[in-house]
Write a protein that binds this ligand. Sequence first.
Ligand code: HEM
Length: 453
Amino acid sequence: MTLTASPPIPRAAGSVPLLGHAIQLMRDNLAFIASLREDYGPLVEITLQPGTRTIIVQDPDLIRTMLTDLGPGLDKGRFFEKMGQLLGDSVVTAAGQEHVRKRRQLQPAFARSETARYVDIMREAVTTAVGRWQPGRRLDVREAMVELSLDMLAKTVFSGSLDEETFLQLRDDLSVVMNGVGARIMLPDWVERLPLPFNIRFNQARDAVRATIHRAVDRLQASGHDTGDMLSMLLRGTDEDSGEALTAFQICSEILTLAVAGTETTASVLSWALYELARHPDIEARVLTELEETLGERPITFQDVTQLPYLRRVIDETLRLHHTGWLVTRRTVTETRLGAWTLPAGTELAYCQHALHRDPTLFSDPLTFDPDRWLDSAQPPPSGAFLPFGAGKHKCIGDRFALTELITAIATIARTVRLELPEDQTVRPVARATVRPRTLLMTVRPRKPGTSR
Ligand code: HEM
């Protein structure tokens, strides 16, 4: 493959035959990708799959062009293709007209009116979770947030379609699947065909998740009952082209991918937000004051979600400093012009939000957690520098849903308990399906009502 009539694109050092850059990625993918921003210019080439070039797009303008102007003409690339192979095709993996059709089928479930309906269910899920945390005990916050996010998603999106036992099993299996998907994106394809325990466990968990959703679909179909959730909605849906109902396999793939796209992400952002609040008592106190002034004693409702500007800035700052995305991919279908470069058909493209959001040329003092950088009067980041939910036709369908979850969860947790970080703990990020804290243990302290203590 040659890149024609355009400036040369440097190759990142350290690629080896058969494995490409897999060793650097498996050792510390975040550090490797971050180092590319320091060492190379707007575009740099790495090798994920030997024989295929992957161009990492580092310049914010070029990233935005790739996602928006070029978006409709690009395939989704390796990350999503891998997801499709592992989980089945869905709105997340589809491109072109197929994507437009699938997105249209799901869109009604993410309408503003639906999200408004979900807030009470989300708040109840949070209240139940917090009620289970024992005062004085150390809580594995990362695990608790995965449980909570899956709970919020399951109760709103699958609502009446899963019983408790099935739900718990699904939660465990999904964790294995989510971690496995992340790891398999970094490894050449041949590795996943080896009979390694890691591969066997992944395949078993994936099959179990699919079987669980399949059973729920079958049960719902047989009962003819409409539980008003997304599963029921998909069951009512038809394929626009053929006019036929979606198959159970198609429905499973959509639900499975939504569960992966909507659980890991929210859980990671929640974990990081609680971590930053614990590290910054002054910021936590301002959040509590705002909640007190806006809500008084009453629980949060949908109307409040847009009335908490400081909490919203805390969330934006969490999405900046601790973005969950470490590699979003696309692929050219035809020869494509990106800035000064002409890329042949079949070129893999990717960008890393985590590294982008920490670039000191785009954000002053980028490693400092400062929600006030988002004040209207402050310097706005350059276009394409802050992409928490992506941009263009593949922009996150669940953005409003996610922000509502985050605000509802943090408001409810922060007013009920204080989560304390042990002094001896070092919290490091690890990037698998998302960038999340490797370990995050915090001690649960009951909050004295109406105080920041
Ligand atoms: C804080 C949490 C979340 C973050 C940071 C996030 C981030 C993103 C980003 C960056 C994309 C664009 C990927 C691309 O450019 O290809 C995306 C797409 C997507 N997200 Fe989210 N997401 C979150 C929560 C959710 C939730 C809760 C759901 C569903 C319940 C969801 C479902 C999806 C789907 C289906 C897509 C694919 C959209 C398409 O290609 O048309 N996400 N998300």
